[in-house]
Design a protein around this ligand. Structure first.
Ligand code: PLP
Length: 372
């Protein structure tokens, strides 16, 4: 029985010790309400502005373009609800936060164009361009897929959208900390990020907007976040997010180098040890930490349960859908086959995993596959 191995880092990540150390004094000492006019309030507000600068720097954005909110789901909902008249273009492999949001926008009268992907998980940019020609209120697409790690060519997509003057929102939740993001250079209008995917606390996220005034706030109240998101700010979480963003910026290259070597070893050994195993999205540009593997003959939900009983934590789709019996919509969209989706398991590693984790995981997965 191995000690626990966490290969589910696309669902969430542990809080970095340095992040936690920065948060604790905010709970204990600098606990003022940032809207208060006294010195304790001013100190809390200063903490927020420092974190805003750190989160902006992760994406090479300006601090006043950052709106803190409670989750990337909220950020995504805010953008889509701001553009729910006219046509919204999205893709079939988006996260539930987008798919559900556009479904609701459609109920309110929006026309939704859902682009397909091919077997590699790639979009057809010509298809995107013909949809753009008809005039579009918003394009909303993932940067990197949470289930397969497949990366969309966001710079090309952004160029196309700006040619047709269509606002572009990018769900960069999985890209942040793993890919270079340059908001000042790439013509993206809105970007959503989530702290808990980059070793920060849960319950805090950011919507980065080129012109925050173009957003219609989902939550109104005391005018916080410059009127873009009401409610007393979660200062400890914002501070933690700031530090996590700063670390992600400074350590991204070394983290990704390490995690890629672990992920590649995992894949190489499983491909040679377990018969018939395949990798979804293998021939596309992919995140360095993600491996979505198919195992003939398994049921992914049951297989993830077997691995969990052996101390290895993986996923059979996205965590938001972990209680759903429907196999991954992403793998179904890529393969056109429900069966292949129900045989696909996601392993998402982090720089905190060790060589020993990978050795142990290879043996555990191969044994479980044989035993299935
Ligand atoms: N978008 C993607 C690609 C994700 O992976 C997730 C989380 O799994 C989200 C959005 C939602 O993020 P949050 O948990 O902050 O609501």
């Amino acid at each position: 029985m191995p000690t626990d191995i966490f290969f589910d880092n696309n669902s969430t990540t542990p809080v970095d010790d340095r992040v936690l150390a920065a948060m604790l004094p905010i709970f204990r000492e600098s606990f003022g309400n940032p809207s208060s006019s006294h010195a304790m309030g001013a100190l809390a507000a200063q903490h927020i502005e420092r974190a805003r600068t750190q989160v902006a720097a992760l994406c090479n954005a300006e601090p006043d373009q950052v709106v803190f909110c409670g989750s990337a789901t909220e950020a995504i909902n805010t953008v889509i609800a701001s553009f729910d008249q006219g046509t919204i273009i999205t893709s079939v492999v988006e996260h539930a936060a987008t798919l559900e949001s556009v479904r609701q926008a459609a109920n309110r009268g929006a026309r939704v164009v859902t682009l397909p992907v091919d077997q590699k998980g790639a979009l057809d940019l010509q298809q995107l361009e013909s949809a753009l020609r008809e005039g579009v209120a918003l394009v909303t697409l993932l940067w990197a897929n949470n289930e397969t790690g497949v990366i969309f060519p966001i710079a090309d997509i952004a160029k196309l959208c700006s040619t047709y003057s269509s606002p572009l929102h990018v769900d960069a939740v999985q890209a942040a900390g793993k890919l270079e993001i340059d908001f000042s250079d790439v013509p993206i209008d809105y970007l959503s990020l989530s702290s808990h995917k980059i070793f920060g606390p849960k319950g805090i996220a950011a919507l980065i907007a080129r012109s925050p005034r173009t957003l219609r706030p989902l939550i109104v109240g005391g005018g916080q976040e410059n009127g873009r998101r009401g409610g007393t700010e979660n200062v400890p979480a914002i501070v933690g997010f700031g530090v996590a963003a700063d670390l992600a910026k400074r350590e991204r290259v070394s983290r990704m180098k390490r995690v890629k070597s672990l992920r590649d070893r995992l894949e190489a050994h499983l491909l040679s040890r377990s018969k018939g195993v395949w990798i979804n999205g293998a021939s596309s540009p992919r995140l360095d930490n993600t491996s979505n593997m198919g195992f003939p003959g398994i049921d992914a939900d049951a297989f993830v349960g077997m691995l969990s009983a052996r101390g290895l934590f993986a996923s059979a789709g996205s965590a938001c859908h972990a209680h759903s019996i429907e196999p991954s919509h992403v793998i179904q969209a890529m393969t056109g086959a429900r069966k292949l989706a129900s045989q696909s398991v996601r392993f998402s590693l982090s720089h905190l995993n060790t060589d020993a984790d990978v050795e142990c995981a290879i043996a555990t997965i191969a044994d479980a596959h044989q035993a299935f």
